[in-house]
Design a protein around this ligand. Structure first.
Ligand SMILES: NC(=O)c1ccc[n+]([C@@H]2O[C@H](COP(=O)([O-])OP(=O)(O)OC[C@H]3O[C@@H](n4cnc5c(N)ncnc54)[C@H](O)[C@@H]3O)[C@@H](O)[C@H]2O)c1
Length: 332
């Protein structure tokens, strides 16, 4: 299949692009690197993608660029956007609107009207558990009302509304609601990334709020498996699926697990809680199991060990590079 992956320089997009190319699909990887919340991380992922057979890269800003060529694909996996509740307040609101809502509106329009007699590609659109607001005493199901509590969550809810509208007009599309994703290449603004870097450098772990908030932490390999399954299965158009681990774990418990993996007793520095951050996210993944045969396989201890190993590998690489640079500067 010819597959477009938007946001392919991102945390999730880079893994999905690799997985699709690795299973024999032709991948057009699309990203606007200056739009990334963490440009350095995006550039690293982007340059790694160049080494993958079956991946062609194109720098296109979905909010302003020419998107006509993207509609020639069989499937478009839309992972581009401006994620994050915290950064969406204040001046960040405009970025969230632009890169989540405007970008998606333009992508849907381009795919709905492909050139000539071509059929529209199928779309898989990434949404977020944040559209639910905070879960109550039971897991969130896809039928629950949306209660976005931040500009980011509102933008994701608007992306879903635009997608549903396009579906009613005949565009084949499905929505995946991802729950707190972690693992190798996690974005530098995300909690585990910040905790592990702090732990490895002997600094206190920066916790937003009291650490009592709980999350359905979901390993990126499970997110990739669900995304690939959604892209390669003929799901009914308009399907919305939770993609999240069925357990929810308080941040302070996750920190205990991390401490064990890092071999330290972690000290913690608390910072103000983020307005609009859910007290609890809790996934009911029953529909994804029924329609995709998908369920999360990676538990938190195993998944965190994988992420810690990735951070350690990066640190070792940068130490080796620094040593090489020092040797190169020494007179022969
Ligand atoms: N990471 C999570 O825990 C999580 C949870 C729920 C939902 N999501 C959603 O999954 C998707 C991917 O998240 P991520 O964590 O990989 O984010 P990321 O920031 O690592 O990746 C997003 C990519 O989109 C690109 N991008 C931004 N604006 C663009 C534009 N206008 N045109 C083209 N490219 C653009 C960025 O350059 C970046 O490389 C996002 O839609 C996000 O809202 C992520």
């Amino acid at each position: 299949m010819r597959v477009v992956v938007t946001g392919a320089a991102g945390f999730i997009g880079s893994h999905v692009a690799e997985a699709m190319a690795g299973t024999g699909h032709e991948v057009l990887a699309v990203d606007a690197l200056p739009r990334a919340a963490s440009p350095a991380a995006a550039w690293a992922n982007w340059s790694d993608l160049s080494g993958h057979t079956g991946v062609v890269r194109a720098e296109i800003d979905l909010a302003t660029g020419d998107l006509a060529g993207l509609a020639e694909a069989d499937v478009v996996i839309h992972l581009a956007g401006r994620p994050g509740v915290r950064s969406s307040w204040g001046a960040g609101r405009a970025d969230s609107e632009r890169d989540n809502v405007t970008a998606t509106r333009r992508l849907l329009a381009a795919c709905a009207a492909p050139a000539g007699s071509r059929r529209s590609p199928r779309l898989v659109v990434a949404s977020s558990s944040s559209v639910y607001g905070s879960a109550g005493g039971r897991p969130s199901t896809e039928r629950d009302p949306l209660r976005p509590a931040s500009p980011y969550a509102a933008a994701k809810a608007e992306m879903e509304r635009l997608t549903a509208l396009a579906v009613r007009q005949g565009l084949p599309a499905v929505v995946l609601r991802f729950f707190s994703v972690y693992g190798p290449r996690q974005r530098p603004d995300m909690a585990f990334h910040r905790f592990i870097e702090a732990g490895l450098h002997g600094r206190p772990l920066p916790v937003l709020g009291d650490g009592g908030q709980s999350r359905a932490f979901t390993h990126v390999s499970d997110i990739v498996a669900a995304t690939v399954a959604a892209a390669t299965t003929d799901l009914p158009s308009g399907t919305v699926l939770n993609v999240g681990h069925p357990e929810h774990v308080p941040v302070r418990e996750a920190i205990e697990v991390l401490g064990g993996l890092l071999g330290v007793r972690p000290s913690v520095r608390h910072h103000a809680a983020v307005p609009g951050d859910a007290a609890r996210t809790w996934a009911d993944p029953g529909e994804a199991a029924r329609l995709l045969g998908w369920s999360a396989r990676v538990g938190l201890a195993e998944g965190l060990a994988d992420q810690v190993a990735w951070h350690r590998g990066r640190a070792a690489e940068s130490t080796a590079r620094a040593a090489q640079a020092v040797r190169a500067e020494q007179p022969a």
